[in-house]
Write a protein that binds this ligand. Sequence first.
Ligand code: SCD
Length: 711
Amino acid sequence: MTDKPTLSDWSALAAKEVKGRDLTWHTPEGINVKPLYTAEDVAGWEPGLPGFAPFTRGVRASMYAGRPWTIRQYAGFSTAEESNAFYRRNLAAGQKGLSVAFDLATHRGYDSDHPRVVGDVGKAGVAIDTIDDMKILFDGIPLDQMSVSMTMNGAVIPILAFFIVAGEEQGVDRKLLDGTIQNDILKEFMVRNTYIYPPEPSMRIISDIFGYTSREMPKFNSISISGYHMQEAGATQVQELAFTIADGAEYVRYGVASGLDIDKFAGRLSFFFAIGMNFFMEVAKLRAARVLWYRVMTKLGARDERSKMLRTHCQTSGVSLTEQDPYNNVIRTTIEAMAAMLGGTQSLHTNALDEAIALPTDFSARIARNTQIVIQEETGMTKVVDPLGGSYYVEALTKQLVDAAQEIIDRVEAEGGMAKAVAAGWPKAMIEEAAAARQARVDRGEDVIVGVNKYRLANEDLLETLEVDNTKVREAQIARIERVKAGRDEAKCQAALDALRKGAAGPATIENNLLALAVECARARATLGEISAAMEESFDRYGTVPTPVKGVYAAPYKDDSRWDQVVNGVKAVERRLGRKPKLLVAKMGQDGHDRGANVIASAFGDMGFDIVSGPLFQTPEETVVLALESGVDVVGASSLAAGHKTLIPELIQRLRDKGRSDVKVIAGGVIPPQDYEFLRNAGVQGIYGPGSNVVECAADVLRLLGHNMPP
Ligand code: SCD
């Protein structure tokens, strides 16, 4: 008998096979993944059993063997009628829970008749202005039987009030309402940007919701503490994990400071993570999240085990999907869905294959939903609890992620918690640096994206996408707002709004609970815009100007000849103009997705352009004023929420009206190829969809500025 091979025997053999090449994978989160894991890597690590603290292997003892996760597809567009019909079709086809996507006007607390939201109504979600819209949205869907998630953070008070009153008017006691409200404002200030009020009153709103729901709605999850949007904005998994858990700790502290007993509300806090393409890292991330939350909550004084149990929703990654060769997205989403379930999620959304360019059609929504149904019903994967438990790699990675995230959490805590860290701005900067670094790796082909920077198709077939006639939706909404206002008892409505105004101006007491006061407003038929404005009088509206990170995009391009050509091109234009060529990166409408805009601003800045980073939420008129005041040569409009066909043509027209058609307008973001011709006819001189190489975009801009750029 020969001796059993040892680890050093394996090392020697592997080194011989690869001729000494280092096989360590240095991941963007700074974790060094080795090519082999053994029992040595997990010595001393004890994952425990599912259903028991610290819940590494899952929050339920029986997990999916007892009950599979909830298939919960996030959807909403156009009017309440259209979205309701879409929900009903999906439920009939096997979806288990609802998840409402609101349009950006609603998110930002504006009624559909507000002049700032002309391009946004009904576009990236459903338009909700009044309780009547909310009732139509759930028509024929019994709210005591269906769990409903609502992704709302800014206008969370009126939306939750409408939901409660819609239940009431269906005959459902609010004690029976089951669902989740996102209500996570810290990550809005960090990455998602659909805030309305400044941080301090926004945190009061959250405590008020914790207070109200813990007293009145025992089945309702009062928050969905979200890392999803951080990963979408470019965060590494460690950053996503750490900042999300730290956000959770901060909310708990605010809840306790507002006088609540931790165990009265903590059991109804829930989480939300993104699941990207790094399969095992994502599995380990969910396991690590549960361990970290258990630790944090024990430290914060929770006694009930349910308060320390991290229950989560997951969504497959939107940014991992591509406009090019879009059927690859089905494959990506399937892999990500498997990571989510193997990580032990409670609820899951799988993205549709056309996610990178538009809202899902019935066709693409069916494939997305069936991805989950097939995993649940055909594969047998649900029969065993935590089937990857005990994998040396997964357990070791879980431990490494716990340790790496804990370091960041400790830094946040040492600096006084997440609200302070967000105000200081370093988490956002950290995420933006990770985003710029990722973009550079993709543009340089170091991170492969099949069909984009490798194996690209010579010709792409056009996908049929869903188009919302935004003008029609807006007109229908305005007509309904008018009907509701005409039919209400005006004095009663104004009295309810006055009480809310006073409550917002006063201290955060039970009598001044903003949600309770808003429920009265909803009953009296006040609109979402009126309820938001009543609070805005005391709270004010919040705004920021982006500050792009410097040097991160450029770093890997040292000694790159194409980069040098572009940088020299910028210098040549600079010599000709007597100043640097100037680009305004503009965000118009209520679309706060700013990862693309920030990456472009950083990268173009690094190439030598003079950058003006426009504030979020601008009208075309305000953008023209800023462009002309700053004397820019080019306006780059970044659009990710389908407002491009309304807002960009208006911008160009306004430039023409001012006699400044010499200012070039280019567009980037989520723009379906079907719209390219429309935009070109409107005067757009360059269009850069998802998957565009930023260095080549800059080369194009130099051509627009008259520089003879080689191909
Ligand atoms: C579960 N149950 C079990 C069981 N598993 N009972 C016995 N045995 C088992 N094995 C019970 C649970 O205890 C619970 O009952 C009930 O079944 C439902 O299970 P759940 O696990 O609580 O699942 P669910 O109701 O779906 O809730 C999941 C979350 C919830 C807790 C995570 O918060 C949620 O649904 N979140 C969804 C969030 C969301 O959809 N967000 C979309 C974001 P009890 O309740 O009685 O205990 C979209 C977004 O932001 C997109 C990007 C963007 O817009 O920018």
